[in-house]
Design a protein around this ligand. Structure first.
Ligand code: C2E
Ligand code: MG
Ligand code: MG
Ligand code: MG
Length: 292
């Protein structure tokens, strides 16, 4: 992309915007091929109870290892998949694979652990999420009680009454609904009472700031108080340090997720570590979290 200008200086002859557009269209075409080939895999990150560090859920996080580019972050490819509707086909694979994997772990003897799957707003708009999720559960044999769906705050506040009804129907079946990245979508706290949710996942930015800023700490405390009053469970995302763990525990968060407990890991690693020991406790910190 760089061209020698003859004066010993390299000049990028396409403006930055052009490069961004080129990468976007390149990734879009690559994504199309990857979706057709199901060229993805899932990593799993534990969400643990704050009191005893027992695993409650694994969040399924999608990974794309591109043959030339290497790992491409979901932060980059999920929005492209959404804008192109490729997320519909990719999302089918993600839900099926996540439920299939958890059902397999259950069948191998891991009982109480549940799976949490991110669902995009595009998937909610294009068809009945109720029919789709229930069909996937039937296909994989996973029980509704073992599934949580994560929908971001910004998606939920835009959701129309039809989508809200679909989510309510799923809750009646025993499926858990979480509001993801809470605190970034600018909903008012009062809307929490009306949303069809069971769990609040507080965005990592609040956890990062709470130890440094009184303002963030106060917001965090308010969210926890209100959540508790509404009977919601609260998960703190992105807990990296023991001090953050202690803080969220003190103010009433029910569960934590973050590098302190474990990074997202491959299904093989999770399977080996959990099934060999036949445990679901991840107490401890950092990478030693598995050694109990
Ligand atoms: P998310 O759903 O909020 O997922 C949590 C993200 O935070 C994950 O990033 C996870 O690896 C990261 N994380 C967890 N603990 C820590 C920590 O202690 N410190 C830091 N710095 N990060 C932590 P990841 O896997 O890169 O995914 C990013 C986002 O991409 C997700 O945010 C989600 O919005 C989206 N995404 C990933 N997989 C899927 C998927 O299967 N479907 C959809 N619709 N979106 C997905
Ligand atoms: Mg999530
Ligand atoms: Mg999140
Ligand atoms: Mg997040």
């Amino acid at each position: 992309r760089a061209k020698h200008d003859g004066k010993g200086i390299f000049k990028v002859y396409s403006p930055e915007m052009g490069n961004k557009m080129r990468r976007y269209h390149y990734l879009l075409e690559e994504l199309r091929l990857a979706v057709a080939r199901k060229d993805f895999y899932l990593n799993f990150q534990p969400i643990v109870h704050v009191e005893d560090c027992m695993i409650d859920y694994f969040e399924a996080l999608t990974r794309w290892n591109h043959s030339i580019e290497g790992m491409i972050s979901p932060v980059e490819f999920i929005p492209i998949a959404e804008e192109s509707n490729l997320i519909l086909e990719l999302g089918d694979w993600i839900m099926l694979e996540a439920c299939r994997q958890m059902a397999a772990w259950h069948n191998a003897g891991l009982r109480k652990v549940r799976i949490s799957v991110n669902v995009s707003g595009v998937q909610l708009k294009h068809r009945s999420i109720y029919d789709w999720v229930m069909a996937t559960l039937t296909k994989t044999g996973l029980s509704p009680n073992s599934l949580m769906l994560e929908v971001t705050e910004s998606t939920l506040i835009k959701a129309d009454s039809l989508i809200i009804k679909e989510l309510e129907k799923l809750r009646k079946e025993g499926i858990t609904i979480a509001i993801d990245d809470f605190g970034t979508g600018f909903s008012s706290l009062s809307t929490l009472a009306d949303l069809p949710i069971d769990v609040i996942k507080i965005d990592r930015s609040f956890i990062t700031q709470a130890n440094k800023s009184k303002k963030y700490l106060d917001i965090l405390k308010t969210i926890c108080e209100l959540g508790q009053k509404l009977g919601l469970k609260i998960v703190a995302e992105g807990v990296e340090e023991p001090a953050q763990f202690e803080l969220v525990k003190r103010i009433g968060v029910s569960s934590v997720q973050g590098y302190l407990v474990s990074r997202p890991e491959s299904s093989v690693n999770v399977g080996n570590k959990l099934l060999n020991k036949n445990v679901s406790n991840m107490s401890g910190s950092g990478t030693s979290a598995w050694e109990i």
